[in-house]
Write a protein that binds this ligand. Sequence first.
Ligand code: AMP
Length: 115
Amino acid sequence: MSEKTIFKRIIDKEIPASIVYEDDLCLAFHDVAPQAPVHVLVIPKKELRSLDDVEPEDAPLIGHIFAVIRRLARELGVAEGGYRVVSNCGQNAMQTVPHLHFHLIGGRGFAWPPG
Ligand code: AMP
């Protein structure tokens, strides 16, 4: 069996994280290297390597995660000013942790296109 990712270890509470939300399906915690005043990662507890692993049967899970993101955006005070949700998928997108995650970033202005 392949080694656990760092995010799976956070899910299993083997390493600490600054958790802001948790339920049966997902977990949200502050990014250890924040790129904006608000930078939270929202991850499914199900082990999916990236968005490219998502199957049609995962639609309710992904929908749930986006409802959680919306709720967190409000709780963290970035909903009104606007925020960005990013999921880096694979090598060219510079995904570094092979466990599906959504970055919720806000609290400052962002450029487009991204680098
Ligand atoms: P990505 O480059 O899209 O795969 O994003 C991975 C993110 O995980 C980066 O923003 C890292 O700063 C963040 N990260 C890595 N390890 C941890 C950790 N132990 N706790 C919180 N965030 C982490």
